[in-house]
Design a protein around this ligand. Structure first.
Ligand SMILES: Nc1ncnc2c1ncn2[C@@H]1O[C@H](COP(=O)(O)OP(=O)(O)OP(=O)(O)O)[C@@H](O)[C@H]1O
Length: 225
């Protein structure tokens, strides 16, 4: 469950000085466990900033933010990294490591978490199968299409089995067919119980996959439902 109560964000923190404007203001909404939300709004509305907050990259400058049952403002320093491991993120520019194969990119979060190599293999191969890339395990990102790279990035985000999956313009660099394929995967993940939030400008995609949405304008929530 994700819940915001009068959340505001000022880059530089609450002590960022009077000159720093609030880029998010008075945000109050809840996403239930296993819920789905499109995150919509014009450029500069604050969509990425909101995803950064939900990804715990920043703390709100004001208000109360609860992510997966933890009050972020009250959480200790040690609690946040643990909580963050339960959150997956997919970016528009994929952010794969160029010197690692598709397999090793997907394996990375499990290796960082210290999972023994023997346990990793089955999960990584299952993930690559899930995104339709079982034949490309040994291939490097530069040899994959944009859609394939994004599916590797999705597999990497999903392999630790996050409870919350955030995606920031995940189809921004993809053609329509690849974009469609990615959204189908994200919606399937949501049906399996993961809470999913997708920020997008792609109105066609939203029209083809109607679902509840949060709409931001100039840092304020102007639509929820
Ligand atoms: N690191 C930063 N430091 C200061 N201000 C920032 C920073 N990142 C974003 N902003 C400001 O916050 C506001 C919201 O930006 P944000 O990137 O969240 O919007 P967005 O809705 O995701 O836009 P887009 O759709 O173009 O990606 C903008 O005014 C932007 O200039």
């Amino acid at each position: 469950m994700v819940s915001l109560d009068e959340v505001g964000l000022q880059y530089g923190g609450a002590s960022g000085g009077r000159s720093a404007p609030e880029v998010l203001r008075g945000l109050t909404f809840t996403i239930p466990e296993g819920g789905f939300r499109w995150l919509l709004g014009p450029s500069g509305a604050g969509k990425s900033s909101l995803l950064h907050l939900l990804h715990l990259a920043m703390r709100p400058s004001r208000g109360r933010l609860v992510v997966l049952g933890t009050d972020v403002g009250l959480a200790g320093r040690r609690q946040l990294p643990r909580l963050r491991r339960r959150i997956g993120m997919v970016f528009q520019d994929f952010r794969l490591l160029a010197h690692l194969s598709a397999y090793d990119n997907v394996a990375l979060p499990l290796r960082i978490a210290g999972r023994p190599e023997g346990q990793i293999r089955a999960d990584v191969l299952e993930m690559l199968r899930w995104v339709g890339l079982e034949g490309k395990a040994g291939v490097f990102p530069s040899e994959l299409s944009g859609g394939e790279q994004q599916r590797v990035a999705l597999a990497r985000a999903v392999v630790p089995r996050p409870a919350l999956l955030l995606a920031d313009e995940p189809t921004g660099n993809l053609d329509e067919v690849q974009a469609e394929r990615l959204i189908v995967l994200l919606k399937r993940l949501n049906r399996l119980g993961t809470t999913v939030v997708i920020a997008t400008h792609n109105d066609g995609l939203v029209a083809r996959h109607p679902g509840p949405s949060l709409r931001l304008e100039r840092g304020r929530l102007v639509g929820d439902g």
